[in-house]
Design a protein around this ligand. Structure first.
Ligand code: AMP
Ligand code: MG
Length: 409
């Protein structure tokens, strides 16, 4: 559709959510890679495969404190008739004492994690052994390989341990460290410009006068974005005036990978926003079949995605999760969405208008999902809720008692 149409038409030409997502994924700029120290890698998205540089563990080792034995020497051992095995020494941690050899009929003390001495094939836990001078009374039989972690049982040298596109966890950092990956290749954090628009907006530090409200969106968007692995860059509040708007976009473009504007969903304002985006670049979507969030704009200026989010915080937040999140996933190279969901049973009927994807804030408790209906301008349901349920566009609602999937905040 020619860009001009967006300005000419009196009504929004809404596209389905899936189409909007297709558009954003297509214009997502891929982030370059950088390396970070492994101890700072959790939360970042891996940008290249990582393999183990050595066998892990590098030697057969005990998983308990006990006595290294030949398992065949413990056959039939019990409390009444223990196996009597002279001890030939104690294995020290962090060394491979070749002098200690467990031949048939003897044993050696072995702490957890110590190297299994030559000749031994199992370890008897100290709990089932008793010292009687130099001889150890073994009171339980052990099977071949019992209580032993084999060399390379965890990871083999050269084995692919992680594939790119994975959001690294603290456990991953531990495994990366074990694999010798000190500098981890990760996707650079996207820098996201945040611009709040509206003549009625005042900064957080100001006490709102008559007709004024504090800018809640910038803080909300920035917090979510930094939690999601981006670097938010705040450009403050801009009046609903073309010149101011053009100036802030011009200064944000070279500094950011993507720009989020909020506010401007009323007809005149959105025409101005869309007009500027269209003049400097292109408007790709103006209007999405989503509620809340219909008057969203998706555009591109100087090859950077620019979003116009509706001003109401709840609407902006829904669009952030439903439409902006997929572009961030693509930019970061994330293979699996980070959305956490939980299933539950609906406590009430939820009506919905067919033809648009509707997001309803809900509370979840003990598997029961309760919608929080309220006037759309209220902020409080954003914090009283645990997440959102999505009613697909083809539905006229969801029935009480049916199963619903909740996207958790
Ligand atoms: P708009 O999209 O500009 O028409 O705004 C819709 C509603 O959201 C209006 O009530 C605005 O005052 C409010 N709003 C817009 N931007 C913000 C913001 N940054 N923080 C809080 N409320 C906002
Ligand atoms: Mg406004």
């Amino acid at each position: 559709m020619p860009v001009g149409l967006f300005q000419m038409s009196r009504f929004l030409q809404v596209v389905p959510v899936a189409e909007a997502v297709r558009v954003v994924v297509k214009i997502a700029p891929a982030m370059a890679a950088e390396t970070v120290p492994v101890e700072w890698s959790a939360g970042r998205v891996l940008a290249a495969p990582v393999s183990a540089d050595t066998d892990i563990p590098g030697f057969d080792r005990s998983v308990v404190d006990g006595y290294a034995v030949r398992s065949s020497d413990t056959t039939g051992a019990g409390d009444a008739v223990p196996a009597l095995l002279p001890s030939v020494g104690r294995v020290a941690m962090g060394t491979n004492d070749r002098k200690i050899i467990v031949r048939a009929g003897v044993c050696a003390y072995l702490p957890t994690g110590g190297v299994l001495p030559e000749g031994a094939d199992a370890v008897v836990m100290v709990e089932y052994a008793e010292e009687a001078g130099d001889t150890i009374l073994i009171k339980r039989p052990v099977a071949y390989g019992e209580n032993v972690l084999l060399r390379d049982e965890d990871f083999k040298k050269g084995e692919r341990v992680f594939l790119p596109g994975r959001r690294l966890t603290p456990q991953d950092a531990g495994v990366l460290a074990a694999c010798g990956c000190a500098a981890v290749p990760v996707a650079k954090k996207p820098v996201i410009g945040i611009i709040s628009t509206g003549n009625e907006l005042v900064p957080v530090t100001a006490l709102p006068g008559p007709g004024q409200v504090r800018d809640a969106n910038a803080s909300m968007l920035a917090s979510w974005l930094s939690e999601y692995g981006c670097i938010p860059r705040l450009y403050g509040i801009v009046k609903d005036e073309r010149e101011a708007f053009e100036a802030v976009i011009a200064s944000a473009l070279p500094e950011c990978d993507l720009i989020l504007l909020s506010g401007g969903s009323s007809k005149d304002d959105r025409d101005m926003t869309a007009g500027v985006i269209a003049e400097k670049g292109e408007v790709l979507v103006h209007g999405i079949a989503i509620a809340p969030g219909k008057p969203t704009i998706i555009g591109r200026v100087a090859n950077k995605p620019v979003f116009g989010l509706p001003g109401h915080p709840a609407s902006a937040f829904v669009v952030l999760i439903a439409i902006v999140r997929p572009i961030l996933d693509t930019m970061l190279g994330l293979k699996k969405s980070l959305l956490r969901t939980v299933k539950g049973t609906l406590a009430e009927n939820i009506p919905s208008q067919r033809g648009r994807e509707e997001y309803v804030r809900v509370r979840v408790e003990n598997g029961i999902v309760t919608p929080l209906f309220g006037k759309s301008g209220l902020l409080n349901t954003l914090v009283k809720s645990d997440g959102l349920i999505c009613i697909p566009a083809g539905y006229e609602g969801l029935e009480k008692g049916s199963e619903a999937e909740v996207i958790l905040w």
